[in-house]
Design a protein around this ligand. Structure first.
Ligand SMILES: [Zn+2]
Length: 81
């Protein structure tokens, strides 16, 4: 009978250990990106900025205009990487 109780205890220990390891983590608090002015709402600060994509006239690759890098062709309008 003692063995049976120990088995139940072992099963419960494993079960609660499993529950503890797989417990849901609370979401981390939003951290405003560096450089944002204090006082700005965190929603506005955390909102990703959309950026226009532009197609390279030579190769047709769509690239973000601010970070556009050349595709390697000599007549590519973007600056070389
Ligand atoms: Zn190109």
């Amino acid at each position: 009978m003692l063995k049976f109780l120990l088995l139940i205890l072992a099963i419960l220990a494993v079960w609660y250990g499993y529950r503890y390891v797989n417990r849901p983590k609370p979401p981390p608090p939003p951290v405003p990106p560096a450089g944002t002015k204090p006082g700005t709402p965190p929603e506005a600060a955390a909102a990703p900025r959309a950026e226009d994509m532009a197609a390279c006239a030579v190769c047709g690759t769509y690239v973000a205009e601010s970070t556009a890098k050349s595709c390697g062709r000599s007549d590519c309008p973007y600056p070389p990487a």
